[in-house]
Design a protein around this ligand. Structure first.
Ligand code: C2O
Ligand code: CU
Length: 465
């Protein structure tokens, strides 16, 4: 080793050491290390989402959604992520029960990937089901960051059992583009609180897409009469919940957030809050050319839809409004009371308006906001109930990292068997979920609405001892 080599390796060592004292260090694959099973590159790209409509964003491998990662349950995997963007970033493997370091949330101690660096994630994927991956970087008022970008993709963990019989499998990821600040809709707020009106902004969008194409701009979904098509749907929007229908057809809901539901049921309308997934089978028994899209005309005009075309059928795609219906999670669950928890945490959330001159409202959980919030403490092996009480006029898609929960109560209705990792809590409603503390390590739960998680709506769960 010559002097220069010695100095540079010593320098790396020292820099590494001091960095380590501050924050966890990304695991950098050594030169000559075995090639990773998968590679992702965080890079700027321009997407043509419609005729003459281009959006600039950041995405994985220059495509939206990112590459479909098909992993095997219980088989260890390595994924190298190179950050070719200008900002530090991080990838979260949403819905997997893995360790905190690889989970991809800074709050749990996972490292950020500095710009121009590569980080190797290694974990053993479980449980089986439709999972996904996305950036876990904060955005705050920079709407070109975080989940406002195209950084998301499907991650399928394949188990031994095939959940449903089907002839064709279609992955559909929903996203909204060109965000901007708009005044907050105040109507809900007025009914919901006695506080004087808040003045924070909200985020609105110009375009919406399914698989990065506006309605009518991409290839149609081509089907044949009599086919059974399995749709794997993901709402990868930063902030918008969506409601979808396919006129003339019903969706038989087989799995939610990747987990088989106890009571698969056909419905006309699907509701997907931010970060939710639904696997649904559609029997193609209504030949024609149809629009699968948002039930709101305004949102379809923004682009949220895709054409479904039967073989041999031509013509303009047809839309018909479905009969009005309310989304009801409980219809897919067992109408039976769930097991009793060992302990219960009651968590009430509120909107306390913009703080410290911010554009956006701050959110509180039991009157505390991230980062100034005490963690919940759990003991390994025990079953915990989280009672979510929404004291606000907004919907909140709440997500628990590293664990699957069982939904045990929606409003007044007690249920069991519905296993999810995101649950949408309606304005002023309450929902209860149970989880077993079976995966030690810091665990984040938060509202998946980017504006809410960036402004206080996060809390850690820590294992005692
Ligand atoms: Cu899908 Cu904390 O995220
Ligand atoms: Cu929220």
């Amino acid at each position: 080793m010559n002097r220069r080599q010695f100095l540079s390796s010593a320098g790396i060592f020292l820099a590494g050491k001091s960095l380590h004292a501050l924050a966890p260090r990304p695991f950098v694959p050594a030169p000559g290390a075995a090639k990773a099973d998968h590679t992702l590159r965080i890079e700027p790209c321009t997407l043509e989402i419609g005729p003459g409509v281009s959006v600039k964003t950041i995405a994985y491998n220059g495509q939206v959604p990112g590459p479909l990662l098909r992993l095997r349950e219980g088989v260890p995997v390595t994924i190298d992520v190179t950050n070719a963007s200008d900002n530090a970033d991080i990838v979260h493997w949403h819905g997997l029960a893995i360790d905190s370091y690889n989970d991809g949330a800074m709050e749990e101690g996972s490292p950020m990937i500095p710009a121009e660096h590569t980080q190797r994630y290694s974990f053993t994927p479980r449980p089986a089901g439709t999972r996904w991956y996305h950036t876990h970087a904060g955005a705050n008022d920079n709407l070109a960051m975080g989940t406002y970008t195209g950084q998301f993709g499907f991650l399928l963990v394949e188990g031994k059992e095939q959940p449903a019989h089907y002839d064709q499998e279609i992955y559909l990821a929903i996203h909204h583009w060109e965000p901007s600040f708009v005044p907050m809709v105040e109507t809900m707020r007025m009914e919901s609180s006695n506080n004087p009106l808040t003045t924070g902004s909200d985020v609105g969008y110009k375009y919406a897409t399914i698989n990065a194409h506006m309605l009518g701009a991409g290839e149609p979904i081509r089907v044949k009469h009599g086919q059974r098509v399995l749709f794997r749907l993901l709402n990868a929007s930063a902030t918008e919940n969506v409601v979808l229908a396919l006129p003339g057809h019903t969706f038989k809901v087989m799995a939610m957030d990747g987990n088989p539901v106890p009571n698969p049921k056909p419905v006309e309308v699907l509701s997907l809050a931010v970060a939710e997934r639904i696997d649904a089978v559609v029997e193609m028994n209504s030949p024609g050319v149809w629009v699968l899209g948002s039930t709101l005309e305004k949102v379809r005009q923004m682009g949220l839809g895709i054409v479904v075309e039967y073989a041999g059928r031509k013509g303009a795609p047809v839309w018909k409004d479905p009969a009005a219906s309310e989304w009801d999670y409980t219809q897919f669950a067992n109408p039976v009371v769930a097991a009793k928890p060992d302990e219960t945490f009651t968590l009430t959330f509120r909107d306390i308006g913009p703080q410290h001159g911010s554009k956006f409202d701050t959110w509180t959980i039991n009157n505390q906001s991230w980062p100034d919030i005490e963690p919940l403490i759990v003991q390994k092996g025990k079953r915990y109930r989280l009672v979510f009480r929404n004291g606000s006029g907004d919907q909140h898609p709440l997500h628990l990292h590293r664990h699957t929960f069982e939904v045990t109560k929606i409003g007044e209705k007690q249920i069991s068997g519905l296993r999810k990792d995101v649950i949408n809590v309606m304005p002023l409603d309450s929902v209860e979920v149970d989880f077993v503390a079976d995966n030690p390590g810091d665990t984040l739960w938060h509202c998946h609405q980017q504006l809410h998680m960036d402004y206080g709506f996060m809390q850690l769960i820590k294992y005692a001892g």
